[in-house]
Write a protein that binds this ligand. Structure first.
Ligand SMILES: CC(C)(COP(=O)(O)OP(=O)(O)OC[C@H]1O[C@@H](n2cnc3c(N)ncnc32)[C@H](O)[C@@H]1OP(=O)(O)O)[C@@H](O)C(=O)NCCC(=O)NCCS
Length: 173
């Protein structure tokens, strides 16, 4: 999978998914409010952590979005955040409820891993409530204490800090 003109070219996935109506691409500032809405829906259910609008604008270049080709709606989102010279985090992964189970989450994670590889990153971690999902992509549970201190500097912004109940998982590329 490679990123060309802001749009992910999904070589293998193309065969599995009908791409006439949907596509995956890098986010733009115009997507930020839709990203926030999708995050908030899942955050209200305790499935992931909410993010402030200002943080989302700061990190907009981290995000890939899955949208209906009409541009009518964003139905999946995922961010890859570079933390250190060889470490990045997959965060804010969510798929609209009515589109779950169709391979969109899988595509978003695969695209994020490909992006990390393109950036020369060798370790990708995530903090998640869905360890079984990330297991499928080769992530293994690790002790949070093994992640660099810089990761925790970002955690101070989290509503759950310092009582983090997410599971830390790491994948070596
Ligand atoms: C987790 C989530 C992103 C998965 O997205 P999705 O588009 O439904 O997932 P896919 O259809 O790509 O599923 C890929 C595989 O993961 C499995 N899977 C999906 N959700 C899963 C879950 N919660 N736990 C374990 N496995 C899961 C699917 O069965 C599928 O397995 P298969 O390849 O063997 O058939 C989506 O359910 C979601 O947005 N959940 C709410 C937010 C959330 O929990 N985010 C996770 C970050 S903490």
């Amino acid at each position: 999978m490679a990123l060309m003109n802001g749009v992910w070219k999904l070589c293998d996935f193309n065969r599995l998914y009908n791409f006439r109506d949907i596509m995956i691409r890098k986010a733009t500032v115009r997507d930020v409010k839709a990203i926030r809405r999708l995050l908030k829906k899942h955050a209200d259910r305790g499935e992931l952590l909410p993010r402030a609008l200002s943080d989302l604008y700061d990190d907009v270049r981290d995000f890939s979005v899955f949208e209906e080709k009409s541009g009518a709606s964003i139905i999946g989102i995922c961010a890859l955040h570079v933390c250190w010279e060889d470490l990045a985090e997959i965060r804010s992964l969510a798929v609209s409820e009515q589109y779950q189970g169709e391979g969109i989450g899988s595509t978003l994670v695969t695209a994020a891993l490909a992006e990390a590889e393109d950036l020369g990153i060798r370790r990708v971690f995530t903090l998640t409530y869905r360890p079984d999902f990330f297991n499928k992509y080769g992530f293994k549970t690790v002790d949070k204490a093994t992640l660099p201190q810089k990761v925790w500097a970002e955690c101070i912004k989290c509503v759950k800090f310092p009582d983090c109940d997410e599971i830390a998982m790491l994948k070596l590329l």
